[in-house]
Design a protein around this ligand. Structure first.
Ligand code: NDP
Length: 277
């Protein structure tokens, strides 16, 4: 008898984690290749995180995703890491390999793929404003700079964090930093990316109208209800807008490829998630 493909064991670790869309996304990816998949959502605590990940690896797991607040801890656990992960000091994907755990950060690739493929944004030569300097912004900056933009301005409530980020990545391209409250003097951008967590508090960042032309795309990394405040503001001001669900599916597709070698098509999965509300 010919044995079928082996069960692929994966999980996402977070706190909280029950809201994670990752189990659904990866099951839909696995269906595209008829691969048998077990993908669990595991709620961990700081003290138990490492032990829980080890249990998954020892139980024949292939790898895992990591979400808040464990991305930095996962970066520390990895024995080898991608450059994007090292620049962000954050890992969202671990791959358990025979020679150790490899850590990657696929957020940047997910964002760039969504912008270029789904939204047809030309990043080369563009002027980009990145709002925020938290884990999500740190995870995407290097990938954006590698696409050859004319300029990236990071604007964050705590300007010092934005400045540190700009310094760390200045070898990759033209990047500068300012305070979120200092954007009034900035010239219009081709792309404004919201990587703040304000949407989770029902708020949109305060954005001067001078940042936008009728061609500017405002890309919100938030999705679901957290995306509502900025979507509403853009709608009122006639600004082109996208939420970050495509980035979420895109970063998951890159993790899936790392674990299985297969490149899933994000488009039908994105459509299924939007239908599911
Ligand atoms: P962090 O907590 O690491 O960073 C939060 C950011 O928001 C910081 O820049 C912080 O500024 C800023 N911020 C928080 N409160 C305020 C405020 N009252 N006024 C102004 N700025 C504020 O979160 P992450 O970077 O991990 O996540 C950011 C967002 O991106 C989240 O909403 C998350 O859901 C989303 N995300 C989406 C992904 C996707 O795949 N679509 C992937 C990852 C994240 P300061 O530094 O001054 O505190």
């Amino acid at each position: 008898m010919v044995a079928g493909p082996q069960l692929i064991r994966l999980a996402v670790f977070g706190q909280p984690v029950s809201q994670s869309l990752s189990p659904r996304i990866h099951r839909l990816f696995a269906d595209q290749f008829s691969l048998p998949l077990e993908y669990r959502a595991i709620e961990a605590r700081r003290e138990t995180f490492e032990n829980e990940v080890s249990k998954l690896a020892q139980g024949g797991g292939t790898g895992c995703n990591i979400t808040l607040p464990f991305k930095h801890q996962a970066w520390e656990l990895a024995s080898r890491r991608s450059d994007d992960a090292d620049r962000a000091e954050a890992v969202n994907t671990l791959h358990f390999r025979d020679d150790g755990w490899f850590g990657d950060n696929t957020d940047g690739g997910g964002l760039v793929g969504d912008l270029e493929k789904r939204r047809a944004v030309a990043l080369r030569g563009s002027r980009i404003c990145l709002l925020g300097a938290g884990g999500a912004a740190r995870g995407v900056l290097a990938a954006l700079l590698r696409r050859g933009p004319k300029e990236i301005l990071i604007a964050n409530r705590s300007a010092d964090k934005a400045q540190a980020m700009a310094r760390l990545n200045s070898d990759l391209g033209p990047v500068s930093a300012t305070g979120l409250d200092r954007l009034r003097d900035a010239a219009p951008f081709d792309l404004v990316i919201n990587a703040t967590s304000l949407g989770h508090r029902g708020r949109a960042p305060e954005l001067p109208a001078s940042l936008f032309t009728d061609k500017t795309l405002c890309y919100d990394m938030n999705y679901g209800t957290a995306a509502t405040p900025l979507a509403r503001l853009c709608n009122e001001r006639g600004i082109r807008y996208s939420d970050g669900l495509g980035m979420l599916v895109g970063q998951a597709a890159l993790s899936f490829r790392l674990w299985t070698g297969e490149s899933p098509d994000p488009a039908p999965v994105l459509a299924a998630l939007r239908e599911g509300g």
